[in-house]
Design a protein around this ligand. Structure first.
Ligand code: NAD
Ligand code: ZN
Ligand code: ZN
Length: 365
């Protein structure tokens, strides 16, 4: 099946619109007509060459769409189903899957067996799918474990957010850190991931939710979604005010990535506090932490994709969105079309507050 896709050929580089071939599903695969895809910073890290991946590649992993056709062994979704993709595809049988940590799955046997044509190609040459999904494309093709069905009433520009931003940010709070009512927290970075962590803090009943961002334009959304206080980490007076208010927090969340933000998030903790690292580091980053504060009962942990069990989590988050407990509307900054994608990614650092979502509609086809 032919599909117009945004292709990355070099990194750092730009996305170019090209026609690719999306193969028919193999036994365990699902082919999906894309409705909407959120613009996650993890794709931007690849576009900028901070995280190296095989090229050419079609990025886009925070996606919702409609199942077009399925392989003979696919049992949990059918053509016509509305599905959300999540990059935490999983085998169901490895030690990680069986111990409830499918986000760490060894992923043996999920790729196509040798000898088969590639899932995505162009003139017979392999095109790689970013994070196993490749949804900046009219159609994408994934292993069946990378999708879960969602209720229809949720508009697709909101539903897309569930696949990465929400599952990652909310999961970091609920699953990885397990924030309890009354505990205090700080979230550094108020993009799609940070705003989701802030919402989860509100839902978990956190006592104080201090949001940090270097861009003050992000403050109003953070406050709307549950932050109790907002701070600019570059201003010493803001840091002093935070210290006076909290004396250090029980939970710090780095929703930016890299050694500087990881260390400053750690510095926001009180004794016994936990620093949860969500932001993606560059390929060769090392993190350095002061030893004595670490000895004082503080902990540091990574959170991969919000330690998710997404086939359970995403339908739950969808119901929370429908009931109004989870505010996806306020997380949306704007929608763009495929032809606006490259310019939007280039301007993402100074972009509008909230998540920008690529929307496919009949007119753009
Ligand atoms: N752990 C995971 O599994 C996982 C999953 C998805 C995304 N991520 C990573 O999470 C991070 C955030 O992703 P996103 O899509 O929300 O990004 P985003 O670009 O939407 O938002 C980043 C926010 O951080 C702010 N910021 C930048 N530098 C800052 C600093 N020094 N201090 C405070 N705020 C700062 C920006 O103004 C922006 O509001 C990225 O590194 C992304 O790759 C990790
Ligand atoms: Zn993502
Ligand atoms: Zn597994």
């Amino acid at each position: 099946m032919k599909s117009t896709a945004a292709m990355l050929r070099t990194a750092p580089g730009a996305l170019t619109l090209e026609t690719i071939e999306v193969d028919a599903p193999a036994e365990t695969e699902v082919r999906v007509k894309t409705s909407a895809v959120g613009l996650c910073h993890s794709d931007l890290h690849i576009i900028r060459g901070h995280n190296r991946r095989p090229l050419p590649m079609v990025l886009g992993h925070e996606a919702v769409g409609e199942v077009v056709d399925v392989g003979s062994q696919v049992t949990h979704v059918r053509p016509g189903d509305r599905v959300i993709a999540c990059l935490s595809e999983h085998c169901g049988w490895c030690e990680y899957c069986l111990s409830g940590r499918l986000f760490l799955c060894d992923r043996a046997d999920l790729a196509r067996p040798p000898g088969r044509p590639p899932r995505l190609s162009q003139s017979g040459d392999t095109v790689h799918a970013g994070f196993g999904i490749g949804a900046f494309s009219e159609y994408f093709l994934v292993h069946q474990s990378a999708v879960t069905a969602v209720p229809d009433p949720l508009p697709h520009e909101y539903a897309a957010l569930l696949g990465c931003a929400v599952v990652t940010g909310m999961g970091a709070v609920f699953h990885t850190a397990q924030v309890r009512p009354g505990e205090t927290m700080a979230v550094v970075g108020c993009g799609g991931i940070g705003l989701s962590a802030i919402q989860a803090g509100r839902i978990a009943g956190a006592g104080i939710i201090a949001a940090f961002d270097t861009d003050r334009a992000k403050f109003s959304k953070a406050l709307k979604l549950g932050a109790t206080h907002v701070f600019d980490p570059t201003r010493p007076e803001d840091l002093a005010e935070f210290r006076k208010l909290t004396g250090g927090v029980d939970h710090g969340f780095d929703a930016v990535g890299g050694p500087t933000v990881a260390a400053s998030t750690f510095s926001l903790l009180r004794k016994g506090g936990t620093c949860t690292l969500i932001g993606m580091p560059a390929e060769d980053d090392n993190y350095t932490l002061p030893a004595m504060p670490l000895l004082m009962g503080r902990r540091v942990q990574g959170s991969l994709m919000g330690s998710n069990r997404f086939p359970i989590d995403i339908p739950r988050y969808a119901r929370m969105a429908l009931s109004g407990d989870l505010d996806l509307q306020s997380m949306l900054a704007k929608t763009v079309t495929l032809s606006e994608l490259e310019a939007t990614y280039q301007g993402m650092d100074s972009g509008s507050a909230g998540r920008t979502v690529l929307v496919f509609d009949e007119e753009s086809r």
